[in-house]
Design a protein around this ligand. Structure first.
Ligand code: ADP
Ligand code: MG
Length: 593
């Protein structure tokens, strides 16, 4: 080993940059946060080549005095906190004093600024020590060029222009939702990309939400507003009908800071647990206001994590608040009416008890025409003792198939069947999902996914980004059996769906596939993600819990399972069926043989 020495400040900054500057989007986030901290109300963002060539932010904030320009670029130099006490209740987005130093160490950075009271602007270029005069309106412009030009190892991790631009746009969206009062203009390669005007009333705030999340979200969400013991939550909560295949529309702000917080997202997920299918994700734009002293933002250099001092209380508060907001829109029959309960000033909805079981615990499948027959068949089996089991229905070969013959459906979820060994239990949704998925995969591989035109083409209101994704991936969507065309900047029409899925909800299907496409980014990678897409699609085409199947349909499903590869696990790896052998049943009843 060589001798120990102190790192040069340039190298120390580059190392620190590793934590803060991951890609152009992280640079943009830091610049925008600085502008907001400087009190800006107007942001002009210029991006070139996905931000790799240039990221420039101009603001109308308070500006930086000439003599402090060099300090702004120095490490551990900040105007925002001066003491540990300040850190404990920091109200600004920045406080670590290292973003600009880090960014400057891995790019060509230039800062031009004029104080509100100043009569001229000053410009400082990365390595220069003396600012030079430069005309500038009150405010600051920081331009960051050639990101990672001097750190080739990091440059290699940059992706295509489109992907990086996608991340940059996401930063703008998040910020735009955190400050409705700020005017935001974005250009990419010299062309206008988005323009968001300040929104001061509920109507125009709604417009901004619609511009960012799509009008579909706005239409299918409820407003939330709740306060308890100094904690305030407000925002827009997507209805269960607007659930998504990806957690890609979950915007959470704590005291105006965009954060990702496991505890909070868990609390929200929990509030939806009775109303969302497994694997679905809620959409929300949610704001939490907490006493700054109650939350620690200095958890990670990217400042995207927070820690709450009373995290259990915040958890319960949020869960109740969201639960209450969606309580009124729960699907009928799944829950009892919410019980209101005073708790420190907040009306909360208590989770309702699980639906009561029928006396036998076994409601019979197929109410209506086939009811009597199935009921009799079912009670017949119940009356049989394991020892003198009545003969099973037989197929033409005279053998009982491995998964046996259907007896009944349990709680709309499980199929009960009898085979030679005992009782077979099948999770019908999981099993059907697997079968559909395997078929879709095969058809896709053979390039013969059969499409079925919809009798009435379905219109789907989505965000502009999703319309663009649909246009970009026309061909792939076609191969997946979907015919989707843009009708307007935020409107798509679905004309055909895969024939296997003709009963699926076309709108939800298209929303989820688009969310997946956006999540997976550029098209090279999408090829590798086709299986994910097919899995998503299969999930939509598969029988849902609570659909009543006839005995014939159940038997058909059992036979399909026997024919399908990997049918023992659903597409998420959970088992699709299990068997309770006669011996296990005997043991349950302490019955010796
Ligand atoms: P931090 O934001 O944690 O203080 P930064 O490295 O991001 O650290 O910025 C260093 C300092 O530069 C800030 O504390 C602030 O005083 C000044 N600064 C940076 N950007 C701006 C801006 N757009 N307008 C005014 N001052 C700025
Ligand atoms: Mg900062």
């Amino acid at each position: 080993m060589s001798a120990i020495r102190v790192l040069s400040s340039a190298l120390a900054n580059q190392i620190a940059a590793g934590e803060v500057v991951e890609r152009p989007a992280s640079v943009l986030k830091e610049l925008l946060e600085n502008s907001l901290d400087a009190g800006a109300h107007k942001l002009e963002i210029d991006l070139d080549q996905g931000g790799v060539k240039r990221i420039q932010v101009r603001d109308d904030g308070c500006g930086v005095p000439r003599e402090e320009l060099a300090l702004a670029l120095a490490r551990h130099a900040t105007s925002k906190i001066a003491s540990l006490e300040d850190l404990e209740q920091v109200a600004t987005l920045g406080f670590r004093g290292e973003a600009l130093a880090s960014i400057a160490s891995v790019s060509r950075l230039q800062i031009t600024s004029r104080e509100t009271t100043g009569d001229s602007g000053w410009c400082l270029q990365g390595e220069a020590v003396e600012p030079r005069p430069a005309p500038h309106p009150p405010g600051t412009t920081i331009s960051v060029e050639d990101l990672f030009y001097n750190t080739p190892a990091r440059r290699k991790f940059l992706r295509t222009e489109r992907t990086e631009l996608g991340h940059l746009e996401e930063v703008v969206r998040r910020l735009a939702l955190s400050r409705f009062d700020v005017d935001i203009q974005v250009r990419h390669n010299g062309k206008p990309l988005s323009s968001l005007r300040p929104a001061s009333d509920d109507g125009s705030r709604g417009n901004r939400i619609a511009a960012i999340c799509g009008s579909g979200f706005l239409d299918q969400s409820v407003r939330l507003e709740c306060e308890r013991a100094g904690v305030m939550a407000w925002g827009w909560i997507g209805l269960p009908t607007y659930s998504r295949g990806q957690p890609d529309q979950q915007y959470l702000y704590v005291n105006g800071r965009m954060v990702r917080d496991r505890m909070v997202s868990h609390a929200v997920r929990n509030a939806y647990r009775d109303v969302l299918y497994h694997g679905r994700h809620p959409a929300y734009v949610l704001y939490l206001e907490v006493d700054p002293a109650q939350v620690d933002v200095n958890v990670h250099p990217s400042k995207q994590e927070v820690r709450f001092r009373e995290s259990r209380q915040v958890y319960d508060f949020l869960r109740h608040a969201v639960e209450q907001a969606i309580a009124g829109v729960r699907p009928a029959g799944t829950m009892a009416a919410p019980v209101s309960m005073e708790q420190g000033g907040l009306q909360v909805a208590e989770p309702a008890p699980a639906p009561r079981q029928q006396p036998m615990g076994f409601p019979i499948a197929g109410a209506g025409a086939g009811y009597g027959l199935q009921q009799r068949a079912f009670y017949d089996t119940l009356q049989r003792t394991p020892m003198d089991a009545a003969p099973l229905p037989e197929d033409t070969t005279g053998e009982t198939p491995p998964l046996g013959f259907a007896l009944a459906q349990l709680q709309g979820i499980y199929i009960l069947a009898e085979n030679a060994n005992g009782l077979v239990l099948v999770d019908m949704h999981a099993a059907h999902e697997r079968i559909t998925y395997e078929r879709m995969k095969k058809d896709y591989a053979d390039a013969c996914v059969v499409r079925q035109p919809l009798l009435v083409p379905t219109h789907v209101a989505v965000s502009e980004r999703e319309v663009q994704a649909a246009e970009r991936h026309q061909e792939l969507l076609g191969q997946l059996g979907l015919s989707v065309e843009p009708l307007g900047p935020q409107l798509l029409v679905v004309r055909e769906v895969p024939a296997l899925l003709r009963h699926a909800d076309a709108e939800q299907l298209v929303r989820d596939v688009l969310a997946d496409l956006l999540e997976h980014g550029d098209s090279e990678r999408i090829e590798a993600q086709v299986e994910d897409l097919l899995r998503e699609i299969a999930c939509h085409g598969s029988v849902r819990a609570n659909r009543q199947l006839t005995i014939a349909e159940m038997n058909a499903l059992l036979r399909d399972m026997e024919q399908t590869e990997r049918s023992g696990q659903c597409n998420h790896g959970r088992p699709t069926w299990t068997v309770l052998g006669l011996q296990e049943l005997d043991a349950l009843f302490l019955r010796g043989r």
